[in-house]
Design a protein. Structure first.
Length: 390
C-alpha cells in the first residue's frame, strides 16, 4: 500500500506596514520643575554657600547663640571658678570658646546634627580639649537593639571609630527633632529647601535679564523713503558702531540719541510676568526666614521697619530661637561632662547678662523685689538663682 502524503498549504500572513519603533504619540506641555537634591551636601552648597538669606539666618543664629553667656552651678551655688567654665572658654589651642560653639551651632542648623569630641585628660579628670566634628563626616553605628554603640568619623580614606559603650563617652551628639529618623536630626534647611530653590531661581532669572539681554530696553525701527525696512550693510555697521561707542555703559547713561531720517525709537518695557520675580524672591526669602525662626526685619527684608518693631523682633528672636537652642545644647552638655568630673552640676544660660533681655530682666527684678510677701529664698528661686550657702 502506497501512502501518499499531502502537504497542506498554509495561508500566507497578510502583508502589513508598520513602524519598527511602534506607534508614537507626542504630547507637548510645560517643562517639569527641577528641584535640587535633599542630601546635606547639596543643601549646604545650594542653601548656605549660594543663598544669601539662608547664609545670613545660620550665621545670625550661630553667632548670637555662641555669644550667650552661661554659668556653671549646682543646687547650692554658682561657681565663679570651675574647670568646665575654663574648658568652655578655651576648648582647644586652635579655637576660642565662641568659635567652637559657633561651629557647633552652624553644623546643627545645617544638618540637624551637632557633635562634640572630648580629648585628653585635664583638670579634675575632665577633658583637656573639646573639638567640633563635622556632621557630614559622621556616621551612627547602631547596635542590635537599635541604640547607637559607636560613631564612625571618616576623612577621605581615614576612618576613626568612637566607642560609645565606655563609662565616659568620647562624643556628644545633639540632634534636632526628626519624626521619621531614629539616629539623625532634621535640619531647617530641609524645610526651607523649596523656598531656597525658588529664591535662587529668581536670582538667576534676574541675572539672566541683565547679562543675556533677554528683554532689550528698546528697538530702533527703520522705515525708508521707498517703504523698504532694511538698512544697507554700511549703514547698519555705522549704526552699530555708534550705539556701542556713544550709548552703552555707565559713562553714556542718559545721553540723548540722534536719529537720522527713517529711524524711529520704540520703547520696550518689562511685562508684569517679567517683573513678578521680585515679589517671588521676597516671598521665598520670608519662607526661608520662617523655617529658621529669624524675624524678616532682622534680615533687612521689606516690612514694617520701625524702631519699636525692631526691638520686639530682636527680643522675639532671642526668646523663640536663640535661647531655646542654647538651653537645649547646654542641657545635653550638662548630662555629658559630669561623667568625667564625678560630680553633678548644670550649665545654664545667664539671662541677666543677655543684652537683648535687659528690659525684661529689669522688669522681672523690680516685680519680684517689690513682692514683700516673698522671702529671700523664694525670690532667689523665682529668679533662677541657687540657694544661699547658709
Amino acid at each position: 500500500m502506497v501512502l501518499q502524503y499531502f502537504r497542506m498549504s498554509k495561508p500566507e500572513a497578510p502583508e502589513a506596514k508598520a513602524s519598527a519603533a511602534a506607534p508614537l504619540v507626542t504630547f507637548h506641555g510645560a517643562g517639569r520643575t527641577a528641584w535640587s537634591a535633599r542630601d546635606n551636601a547639596t543643601l549646604t552648597r545650594v542653601g548656605f554657600l549660594n543663598n544669601p538669606v539662608a547664609y545670613r539666618c545660620i550665621k545670625l543664629i550661630a553667632e548670637a547663640a555662641a555669644a550667650v553667656p552661661v554659668v556653671v552651678q549646682d543646687s547650692r551655688r554658682r561657681f565663679d571658678d570651675h574647670p568646665v567654665g575654663t574648658l568652655l572658654s578655651s576648648p582647644n589651642p586652635g579655637q576660642s570658646g565662641a568659635a567652637l560653639l559657633e561651629g557647633f551651632y552652624g553644623h546643627l542648623l545645617l544638618s540637624g546634627d551637632g557633635y562634640l569630641e572630648a580629648a585628653g585628660v585635664g583638670a579634675g579628670n575632665g577633658p583637656r580639649e573639646l573639638y567640633v566634628l563635622r556632621s557630614d563626616r559622621m556616621k551612627v553605628v547602631p547596635g542590635s537593639d537599635g541604640w547607637p554603640v559607636a560613631f564612625e568619623y571618616r576623612v577621605n580614606e581615614n576612618k576613626h571609630v568612637f566607642d560609645m559603650r565606655q563609662d565616659r563617652p568620647p562624643v556628644l551628639h545633639v540632634k534636632a527633632f526628626h519624626p521619621t529618623d531614629d539616629h539623625y536630626g532634621l535640619s531647617p534647611m530641609q524645610s526651607a529647601a523649596t523656598a531656597i530653590d525658588v529664591h535662587n531661581a529668581a536670582s538667576q532669572w534676574s541675572k539672566g535679564l541683565l547679562d543675556n539681554a533677554a528683554r532689550p530696553s528698546g528697538a530702533i525701527v527703520y522705515r525708508g523713503v521707498d517703504g523698504q525696512g532694511s538698512l544697507g550693510s554700511e549703514q547698519y555697521l555705522r549704526l552699530v558702531e555708534e550705539l556701542e561707542s556713544h550709548h552703552q555703559g555707565a559713562r553714556n547713561a542718559g545721553r540723548p540719541m540722534l536719529l537720522e531720517g527713517g529711524l524711529d525709537w520704540k520703547q520696550i518695557g518689562f511685562s508684569p510676568a517679567d517683573m513678578e520675580f521680585h515679589r517671588t524672591k521676597e516671598a521665598a526669602a520670608r519662607d526661608v526666614a520662617l523655617a529658621f525662626g529669624v524675624p524678616p526685619m532682622l534680615l533687612g527684608l521689606p516690612g514694617d521697619n520701625t524702631y519699636a518693631n525692631y526691638q520686639e523682633s530682636h527680643r522675639a528672636f532671642y526668646r523663640l530661637t536663640v535661647l531655646p537652642l542654647v538651653a537645649k545644647t547646654m542641657a545635653a552638655v550638662s548630662g555629658w561632662l559630669p561623667q568625667f568630673y564625678g560630680q553633678q552640676f548644670q550649665i545654664k544660660v545667664d539671662e541677666d547678662n543677655v543684652p537683648a533681655l535687659a528690659v525684661e530682666r529689669q522688669a522681672l527684678w523690680s516685680r519680684i523685689s517689690d513682692a514683700a510677701f516673698l522671702s529671700d529664698a523664694e525670690k532667689r528661686h523665682l529668679l533662677g538663682l541657687p540657694k544661699l550657702q547658709d
